[in-house]
Design a binder for this molecule. Structure first.
Ligand code: UDP
Length: 373
């Protein structure tokens, strides 16, 4: 079969690889001049630092098959994300843990005492939190919410946490011990040479051809037996029903001689700091040594038509529009919509890979059982 995969990010690469291994001809196209989508990494020309060009990507998963899969294509080195936050004139440890609580409130609480203390701060009148703010008030109380979540979230999402779903905050744990690893997952690491060589290795198969700087045109689909679309869902339909909202990011690059902030990611909780965080990229590759450093100040704003989409907004209005697009997508024969943009979801890399492996598996199974796609 001739398979067209639109998008050379994780979804396109992983699906393409599986289908190529099963003997299909896979043509992967991407409108950008590099593979890897927003996971793309490249060395900074001036300093040689490995850059997460579209913002920080830390690989973490509980899915052993996915972990073995990525390790089959590149060498991962141990890396744990230990985020710090500057708020109210202090520097604290994230995610909120016992150190954060003790330093923020000037206490020396042990785990059980801290649990009780935070429970006493929490708003018990909220029984079934629906919004981000309700979720925060219910679980950490007003002081921590206002210092670490309210300002950051307003900047990140451009709206009040009262308008956002509780699910966004549920991504972040609160710990009553000194574990400051941002993620809970068993497997965590960073590819030694960055993500782009890993995706290059996934795409490196005799049945796969990759064409960069190649925007999709509908005639390409007629040459293919099946299309996997990992571009924006609404983009496939020429935005006929309207545009699904995205946040985009602007990175303000600056260099520094030595170590600028002492960690990879520093979040800024205060409202009057206009950026959400500063990323110092050399700390993502602690096994390398560079005197010079490159940092990104990260600003979030609503994506315009020509901006790179990052975070799907998924507020109430978008959900209705999304439903209409999903209905159209389901009725579109010969096309499978995949990945963060193709399904308009906030997906971590491991989930993207898991879904891609499953999607390819279902496709191959349906083919052998002769079912229609
Ligand atoms: N968040 C926050 N303060 C922080 C970090 C995160 O309020 O210091 C909120 C914010 O709304 C963000 C969400 O928690 O969108 C999820 O955070 P995560 O670190 O998972 O975001 P990502 O790394 O995907 O941008």
């Amino acid at each position: 079969m001739q398979i067209l995969l639109v998008g050379a990010g994780l979804s396109g690469a992983v699906i393409g690889r599986r289908l190529a291994e099963a003997g299909h001809d896979c043509r992967v196209i991407d409108s950008r001049d590099h593979i890897g989508g927003n996971c793309h990494t490249s060395r900074d020309a001036e300093t040689g630092v490995m850059m997460h060009v579209y913002g920080p990507h830390i690989f973490h998963t509980d899915d052993e098959e996915v972990w073995n899969y990525v390790n089959g294509f590149t060498e991962f080195l141990p890396f744990q994300n230990r985020v710090k936050a500057t708020a109210r004139g202090g520097v604290y440890s994230l995610p909120i843990n016992l150190l954060t609580i003790n330093q923020f409130f000037g206490k020396t609480l042990r785990p059980d005492e801290a649990r009780e203390f935070i429970a006493a701060q929490a708003d018990r009148t909220i029984t079934d939190p629906q919004t981000f703010e309700e979720q925060a008030l219910r679980f950490v109380g007003r002081d921590l919410y206002e210092a670490f979540f309210r300002g950051y979230t307003e900047k990140q999402w451009g709206c009040s946490p009262t308008e956002l779903p509780a699910s966004i905050l549920k991504r972040l744990p609160v710990r009553f011990n000194y574990d400051d690893n941002y993620f809970f997952h068993r497997f965590q690491g960073m590819p030694r040479g960055g993500y782009t060589p890993m995706i290059e290795a996934i795409l490196d198969h005799p049945n796969i051809t990759v064409e960069l700087s190649t925007p999709y045109t509908p005639d390409m689909a007629s040459d293919a037996d099946h299309v996997f679309w990992s571009g924006p869902l609404d983009g496939f339909f020429d935005y006929e029903l309207g545009r699904l909202g995205y946040r985009t990011l602007d990175f303000e690059r600056f260099t520094h001689q030595g170590d600028y902030q002492g960690c990879a990611v520093m979040n800024y909780g205060d409202r009057d700091t206009p950026y959400t965080r500063i990323t110092e990229h050399k700390h993502f590759s602690p096994w390398e040594s560079h005197d010079a450093s490159v940092c990104y100040r990260e600003y979030s704003r609503e994506a315009g038509p020509d901006d790179i989409p990052y975070y799907p907004i998924r507020l109430v209005a978008e959900k209705a529009l999304l439903g209409d697009y999903v209905t159209r997508a389901e009725a579109t024969e010969g096309v499978t919509f995949v990945g963060r943009l193709g399904t308009y979801r906030y997906l971590d890399m491991d989930v993207t890979i898991r879904e891609a492996l499953d999607t390819a598996g279902v496709f191959l199974e349906n083919m052998t059982s002769g079912r229609e796609m």
